[in-house]
Design a protein around this ligand. Structure first.
Ligand code: PLP
Length: 218
């Protein structure tokens, strides 16, 4: 089923957005099956789980950290992570920079934006994101690059609301992409999960994060 699900979703995406297979809580055997079906972008939400799985899969897998991140965990993935989707503070960027420098790497990051109506979801407001992208302190962080934004829509059956939230995030993306600084390279908009990736792609997503629609319920 995993192979069929991936092929189906890839056909739907038709190259408009790239598919991140969200493999959190799933066993390595399922990741291997996804890999054999052609998946190379894997998303996890816990650093330790991602680090353990990383050693058991081929080196050409790109690992995406999509979960809320504590500064003290960055060191466990700084050597291999491809993109951190969940950056929500200058302090976290400073720690990512510090750990990336130890590995002589530049780590790509997205700012997570709060677009849902639920209060429990993490992320920056539009104003906070703009302030962070203009912060003078970024000049001291040569080992990070901010390449775009990430957001989670509300968990609701109201498709119009979900669409409006994604549309708002795309508008913010376009606005913030006009800020010109060496460490900014806005080219990725991470939005869309199993229940809403079709809408997200219509609204301009470049990266969809899909778990249960590939691997089944968690
Ligand atoms: C778990 C998770 C997903 C995937 O959710 P599904 O509904 O299983 O597709 C996407 N994004 C984030 C941030 C997640 O934590």
């Amino acid at each position: 089923m995993i192979t069929e699900n991936i092929q189906l979703i890839e056909r739907e995406l038709a190259g408009k957005a790239r598919l991140i297979a969200v493999t959190k809580t799933k066993p390595v055997s399922m990741l291997r099956e996804a890999y054999d079906a052609g998946s190379r972008l894997f998303g996890e939400n816990k650093v330790q789980e991602m680090a353990e799985k990383q050693t058991q899969l081929p080196a050409d897998v790109q690992w995406h950290m999509i979960g809320h991140l504590q500064s003290n965990k960055v060191k466990y993935m700084a050597g291999f992570v491809t993109l951190i989707h969940s950056v929500d503070s200058l302090k976290l960027l400073q720690e990512i920079n510090r750990q990336a420098a130890k590995h002589d790497r530049t780590i790509d990051c997205l700012l997570q934006i709060h677009i849902a109506t639920e209060e429990t979801k993490f992320g920056l407001s539009a104003d906070e994101a703009q302030e962070l992208l203009n912060a003078p302190e970024l000049d001291q962080l040569p080992n990070i690059r901010i390449v775009g934004l990430m957001g989670l829509a509300s968990n609701t059956d109201n498709q119009d609301q979900v669409r409006q939230e994604f549309r708002g995030l795309k508008e913010l993306f376009d606005r913030l992409a006009t800020i010109q600084r060496p460490m900014l390279d806005f080219r990725e908009l991470s939005m869309g999960m199993s229940g809403d990736y079709r809408i997200a792609v219509e609204e301009g997503s470049t990266l969809v994060r899909v778990g249960s629609a590939i691997f089944g319920a968690r």
